[in-house]
Design a protein around this ligand. Sequence first.
Ligand SMILES: [Fe+2]
Ligand SMILES: [Fe+2]
Length: 470
Amino acid sequence: MNATPTPILVVDDEADLRSLLVEAFQDSGHEAVSAASGAQALELVKARHFPVVFTDLNMPGMSGLELIKELHAVDPRSFPILMTGFATTEAAIEALKRGAYDFITKPFKFAEIEASLGRALSHYQALRENEAYQQDLEARVEARTKETVKLKDDIERLFEGFVDASVAAIEARDPTTSGHSHRVALLTVGLAEAVNTTEGGAWGTFRLSERQMRELRYASLLHDFGKVGVREQVLVKAKKLDEPRVEVLLQRLHQRGLELEVEALLQAWREGRPFDSTILEGMKADSRAEALRLIALVQQSNEPSVLPKEAAEELVHLDGMDFQHWSGHRKPLVDPHDLAALRIPKGSLTDEERREVESHVTHTFRFLEKIPWTDELGGVPAIAYAHHERLNGRGYPRKLTSDAIPAQSKMMAISDVFDALAASDRPYKVAVPVGKALDILNEEAKAGLMDPDLFRIFVEAKVYERTTQK
Ligand SMILES: [Fe+2]
Ligand SMILES: [Fe+2]
């Protein structure tokens, strides 16, 4: 017996039969409610749920079949059972077709009613259990989905934090290029977005998905990470020779002037010439002027700007000069290594140092390759690896040509060079005005270094304003 009685509705226009059934149901432990017509039954059904409704077929007003139809609309979970004294097979089939759960012929024994009720209730129970199971399943799936989404968000946040920390690490080693990685990411993604909306032309059908945009952003943020593998004195080198080195050299040049004066004095003495202060002062002035000229030459040559031809030729003369070392030996005034540095035609790096700086690309690739990227972001190492390659094969480190360079790397190359030129935070370089930076890039595109169509999009879509507009 149910702990809470199942409410059963009995619908019949015959009052005797109604009360008989209600009593019988109540005796067998159910809660039974009765209605004298279809309309009355519907009112009750609207107010509460009856798992089983017994209804007479022929009633004045609404018939049993009509009631079943209405009942389905109001409470589809209710099981109607039809009772009739005019039973034919056709009527039974019709009733079942119209949604009656069972069909009972009058006169009946209460046992028949009970049997039918039992079947209906166990069917009803099974359906409810199934429903509850479904609901529980749905709730669990929803909870798991929420968990998974949260986990994914957590991982993404974690990774974003890791990328930020990595960028901070690169820029801590080379504070003068601070912000470069983020700006290159802004520009490269900006260029890719502009390409995505380009119709016609070489890039008219090229599209990057949202996933590829994320991949490109990470590749851009981490493109210079390999700089952590480059010695700091090379990475931040602003001039060809550092302060103490230049100081030693200038002091030796000064000393050389004094040595020449002493030598001239000794020579005059050896020849027995009389002391003449005018000649002495003139000689001192000459050697001083010569020393100052050489000092100025070294200072000028030490600057990373383009070395003038005359200065380069003058530097050759330093090669044969020597000075009196404190040990008593004469030694070369300029070490061959320092002289080679001073003769660098442009910039501040020797060939060896330049190669070391260039190795940052390979360091970046090796570092990125170690990260177990998801399938979604698997292209990050390859994109970053090609950011210094140039279409005509004049880039580094692999000297790839256009076909072998990922499209994303071609975009990054433009952004990278633009930022290197236009950023105002390089030590040895005043920021190049935007127009001038674009001119230089235009020349590079014409020379076959950069993709000319991508460069055109970069200019036309004003992608550069993403980092240059305050
Ligand atoms: Fe780089
Ligand atoms: Fe860069």
